[in-house]
Ligand binder design. Sequence first.
Ligand SMILES: CC(C)(COP(=O)(O)OP(=O)(O)OC[C@H]1O[C@@H](n2cnc3c(N)ncnc32)[C@H](O)[C@@H]1OP(=O)(O)O)[C@@H](O)C(=O)NCCC(=O)NCCS
Length: 212
Amino acid sequence: MIIDTARLWLRPVLLDDAPAMVALDADPRVMRFVNGGSPTPRAQIVDWTIPRARAEYTAHGTGIRTLILKDTAEFAGWIELRRPRHSSRTELELSYRLPHHLWGRGLATEAAIAILRAAFTEHRAQRVFAGTSPQNAASRKVLQKIGMRRVPTLLDDDYEVEYEVLRHHWEMHTATTSRIDLVTAAGVDTAATTRRGAVVGRHRLPDALAGA
Ligand SMILES: CC(C)(COP(=O)(O)OP(=O)(O)OC[C@H]1O[C@@H](n2cnc3c(N)ncnc32)[C@H](O)[C@@H]1OP(=O)(O)O)[C@@H](O)C(=O)NCCC(=O)NCCS
């Protein structure tokens, strides 16, 4: 199923996305707070990242979703809801990565609002969490804008900080956010999810959504 927001389609990742994902990770600005700026080997993306995400989607409906700009059908990065391997409760880890030329337009926030809604409605999560570098101001801002809170820890958090949102916090947050946020988030509703070839508003799904 495809998730639809005001400016984006979020569709399950495909092997065809590999070249765009390799190029994304080849930009040191993108990878700065992920691993210090190193590119991801193509083989890792082709042999591990995408197959694992496809398997998770098949089994649970979660995993990496490729972001596609509606206006141009351009690859706009990805967003992920990942099930932790070992967890005693229903929780999902959120992460995202966008190409540098698309930063600062509110796209990560828009995609994250939609995926968070899917986490709590479709996947019935009790908690969604995200880890990021303390220096990653943009990512921390996104997490705050979507209603996540810093998790207090006793550990030294020079290396990573964790944010979370619990189901009841999310319900309160969505009830009090502006109408604009709610309209954006509404893109994930069942009525707005669709399949290839269908028309979403004034947009027809392009070939970039093939196989989703
Ligand atoms: C983190 C990332 C996804 C954000 O994407 P984006 O589409 O630019 O995010 P948005 O535009 O929705 O929001 C970014 C917010 O951070 C703010 N911001 C950006 N850089 C900032 C900085 N250096 N200091 C403070 N705030 C900053 C922006 O002003 C914006 O806030 P605003 O809407 O209140 O103005 C993007 O920078 C990225 O892909 N980074 C590389 C990968 C990464 O670090 N992923 C997270 C790892 S956990």
